[in-house]
Ligand binder design. Structure first.
Ligand SMILES: [Zn+2]
Length: 82
């Protein structure tokens, strides 16, 4: 069994502390990187693969990244400083 990585499978970005994430079958995604079909609560990866991931009931975890991963950065390191 592979250890859960704090990286979004869809966009390949590392999670930061306050990201909302959803985990399906041991793979984590940003909630924003998923397409949720209203009404039936089905989740698809928004990337090119458009993979069906499961329904809300299949999600192993739905919440903020810091609740699941320790030692995350407070903010993304590559944000645009203005
Ligand atoms: Zn993502």
């Amino acid at each position: 069994m592979t250890e859960l990585q704090p990286i979004c499978q869809s966009c390949d970005k590392k999670f930061v502390k306050w990201d909302e994430i959803v985990i399906f079958r041991g793979i984590a995604y940003h909630k924003d990187c998923l397409h949720e079909v209203p009404g039936v609560s089905s989740y698809f990866d928004k990337s090119l693969q458009q993979e069906f991931l499961g329904t809300g009931e299949d999600a192993d975890f739905d919440g903020d990244a810091y609740e699941h991963f320790e030692e995350l950065e407070e903010e993304a390191q590559d944000y645009d400083a203005e």
